[in-house]
Design a protein around this ligand. Sequence first.
Ligand SMILES: Cc1cc2nc3c(=O)[nH]c(=O)nc-3n(C[C@H](O)[C@H](O)[C@H](O)COP(=O)(O)OP(=O)(O)OC[C@H]3O[C@@H](n4cnc5c(N)ncnc54)[C@H](O)[C@@H]3O)c2cc1C
Length: 498
Amino acid sequence: MFNLFVYLSNNMKKKIIIIGSGFSSLSSSCYLAKAGYDVTILEKNSSVGGRARLLTKDGFKFDIGPTWYWMPDVFEKFFTDFDKKPSDFYGLEKLAPAYQVYFDRLDSLLISDKIEEIYQVFENEEKGSSVYLKKFLKAAKFNYEVAVNNLVYKPGNSITELVTFDTIANVNQFFKSISTEVRRHIKSEKLIQILEFPVIFLGAKPSNTPSFYSFMNYADFGLGTWHPKGGMYEVVKGFVTLAEELGVKIKTNQNVEKIVVENGIVKGVQVNQQFMEADFVVSGADYHHSETLLEEKYRMYSAKYWNKRTFAPSALLFYVGFSKKLKNVSHHTLFFDSNFDTHAVDIYDTPQWPKDPLFYGSFPSITDDSFAPNGYEAATFLIPIAPGISDTTEIRESYFLKIMERLEKLTDQNIKDFIIFKESYCVNDFVKDYNSFKGNAYGLANTLMQTAFLRPKIQSKKVKNLFFTGQLTVPGPGVPPAIISGKIVSELLMKNSL
Ligand SMILES: Cc1cc2nc3c(=O)[nH]c(=O)nc-3n(C[C@H](O)[C@H](O)[C@H](O)COP(=O)(O)OP(=O)(O)OC[C@H]3O[C@@H](n4cnc5c(N)ncnc54)[C@H](O)[C@@H]3O)c2cc1C
């Protein structure tokens, strides 16, 4: 009798199909399964995690996408919603130094994990700058609290979501760029670059990002840079474990070909040429691609709309195994020895391959032995580039040589002779692996005109029971926003399911 009851109640559960297994999909699956829905994740690739998958080769491993674990409070909040903590799934270490920034040969600044030491670095570089930094960070902390407590968990349905006492009192911060704000008070180009760097995570150039987003500077200096032991993929694994504990079914190699709609109501999806029924569909695949799975009359945004958006950059990435330990680099190392304004023009204004790009190097085996065999170094290099530009083997190769030469010069060591292997990843791979629009790496930039209620909507206005989540909708690009997006979409879906 009891079994019959369980059987019936299970079969009466509303069925939800979630397309994709990135952080936003995994996050929403947990909330929806906890609320009692029958949740299935369909992922086209053979492994889960979306942009945050793992590459392993010859005893080395590499996080394919995200490497910076910022805003630890967002991860904590997520797990608390399930009466868990991050430490139930993975260990965390605060990186010290948080990161290193190169400006010239053997000329770099270390960003400490301690704020007093950061003030000292600023003061040594420019007298009086620490006084400004203290004021700037006080405002940044305030903005962070306003953003996290009042804004980013909102569904982006209306401008009124942005209207709070605090935002009205600080409305000027939405109409002044972070670049203008910083440059008004700081003269040192090095310090300017350090203060402008965090908003790059939002996908837009600092001169186009409202100064309200200085909350990213608080995330940087105030909350610190953390490393999940074993890498970001351990976080993915944590999300998967939790989802499966809650009853989510996760299926890989499931390419969704169509979202099936009848009379404006979603009926299910066509996956690997089979129909799969659902009461709701949530797509965590890139928004633009998700809409191409619909008949044209059910799409909310035209090709023209997408072409006019400012996308976050794409990236040329290299995953490299070295047969020695490298010197003069830190776990996270930024190579800012060229002009970012010129590079930014090549990304956002006249899309083309940059002449002298800035680049980023991640050397996780410096702090985490699990990334490389003993005595060896695992490194990921990332050059931000314009989405949609031509991607050929020759171009990739020429940039690899370019940055290896710069790396040798800047860090004063022989590097090229110690390369065991390299794998590359670029525009064409983003398109092939993730159905990414123009091969963007991390979604739609968070500019003033693409923020909150101005982003693509989380709920379809044309198809009942169809929802979107992830880095192209609210709140924006990055792992913490993807996690938040999963929560927002679930709450909206539950309201609609009553
Ligand atoms: C190189 C790189 C570096 C980054 N660095 C950082 C960082 O250091 N810190 C940080 O916080 N963020 C970083 N980000 C951003 C962060 O990784 C993303 O914002 C976040 O992971 C996006 O999650 P998502 O769920 O929105 O989308 P995704 O992770 O892209 O997930 C979408 C999923 O949908 C699947 N899919 C697509 N089409 C279909 C289909 N038709 N059928 C079935 N499945 C489909 C895809 O395969 C994919 O698994 C980085 C991103 C990249 C690419």
